[in-house]
Design a protein. Structure first.
Length: 287
C-alpha cells in the first residue's frame, strides 16, 4: 500500500455502518465553534430569560447575565456586537470585493503610509512610540487602550491626507478640537439637491470631512459601513452647504424621492490630524 493511501486512511474514521468519514482538524474545530456559539446563545438568553432567535439569518437581541456581561467579535458564523438598541447577535456575512477604484485608492494610501513609516528616521519612530500615551482611547468595552507608534502615525496622517493636508513626521501634542453640535440634511429629488446645514462654523485651524451613504431604503434606521467620503468642508464654506455636486460625483446622481440618505461630518485639526466626535443625521428624499 502506498504512503499516500496510508496517509488518507489515517485521517479516516468509520461510522457504525462501516463507511469511512474523512475528518479534518478544520472540520472538527468548526463543529466545536458552532456548538460553543449555540451554547452561549441559549445560555445567555436563559440566564435572564430574554432572547430572540438568531438562527436562519435573523438578528437576535441579547440581555446578558451575571456570568457573561458582554461579548464582542465573531464565533464561527455568529457575530456578537452592540448598537444603540443594546447587544445583539447576527449571522456573519462575507462582503464582496469589487476592487473598485475607491477601494484601490484606500489600499494604496494604507500601503503608502506603511512605507512612509519605514522611511522615518529611528529618532522619529522613537518619538511616535513615546507619544502614544498622550493619545489613549476607550475601546468598545470602555477600557483605555494605547495605540502603537505606527498606528498613531497612520491614523493621524490618513486623516490629514483625507482633508488634503501634507503628512507630518513628528508627533503632535494633544489639542482641543472644534466641534459641530448641530447637523441636518435635506434631499430634494425635483431640485436634484442635497443641502447640509451645520453649526457652529469652523475656523481655519480645522476642516470637516463630509461623508454620506448612497440612497437606501426608507426603512433603514442605522448606517455604519455604508458611509463614503464625498468631500471636505473648509472655513470658507458657509452653512447651509450645497453638497449636491459632491454627492452626485460620488454616487452618480442625487437621491431619488422616497430613498433615505445618511450624512456624517467629522472635524479634523489641520495641524495634527486629530479628529472630533463624528456627528450624523439622515433624511428621506422629498419629491
Amino acid at each position: 500500500m502506498s504512503d499516500k493511501t496510508t496517509g488518507i486512511q489515517k485521517n479516516m474514521v468509520h461510522n457504525p455502518n462501516g463507511h469511512p468519514l474523512v475528518k479534518t482538524a478544520s472540520q472538527i474545530m468548526t463543529k466545536i465553534y458552532t456548538l460553543i456559539s449555540a451554547f452561549l446563545f441559549v445560555f445567555i438568553g436563559f440566564v435572564k430569560g430574554e432572547y430572540f432567535s438568531a438562527f436562519g439569518g435573523l438578528m437576535a437581541k441579547v440581555l446578558y447575565g451575571e456570568m457573561i456581561s458582554d461579548l464582542r467579535g465573531k464565533i464561527n458564523g455568529t457575530v456578537h456586537a452592540r448598537n444603540r438598541g443594546g447587544a445583539y447577535m447576527r449571522t456573519k456575512v462575507t462582503p464582496v470585493n469589487p476592487n473598485s477604484p475607491a477601494q484601490s485608492a484606500v489600499r494604496n494610501r494604507l500601503t503608502g503610509r506603511a512605507q512612509a513609516w519605514r522611511g522615518l528616521t529611528q529618532l522619529q519612530r522613537d518619538a511616535w512610540n513615546s507619544a502614544v500615551s498622550n493619545f489613549q482611547k476607550t475601546n468598545i468595552f470602555g477600557q483605555l487602550r494605547t495605540p502603537s507608534g505606527i498606528n498613531l502615525y497612520n491614523r493621524l496622517n490618513i486623516n490629514l491626507v483625507n482633508i488634503g493636508i501634507a503628512v507630518i513626521t513628528e508627533p503632535p501634542l494633544p489639542e482641543s478640537i472644534e466641534s459641530i453640535t448641530s447637523l441636518s440634511v435635506v434631499a430634494d429629488d425635483s431640485a436634484n439637491s442635497v443641502i447640509v446645514t451645520f453649526g457652529p462654523a469652523i475656523t481655519p485651524v480645522s476642516k470637516i470631512i463630509i461623508e454620506a451613504t448612497e440612497p437606501l431604503s426608507a426603512g433603514v434606521s442605522f448606517a455604519k459601513s455604508q458611509f463614503r467620503q464625498i468631500g471636505v468642508i473648509t472655513s470658507a464654506d458657509v452653512s447651509p452647504f450645497d453638497a449636491s455636486a459632491l454627492y452626485a460625483g460620488k454616487f452618480g446622481s442625487t437621491p431619488v424621492a422616497g430613498s433615505k440618505i445618511f450624512v456624517r461630518v467629522t472635524v479634523v485639526a489641520v495641524a495634527s490630524g486629530l479628529t472630533g466626535i463624528p456627528l450624523q443625521t439622515s433624511t428621506i428624499t422629498v419629491a
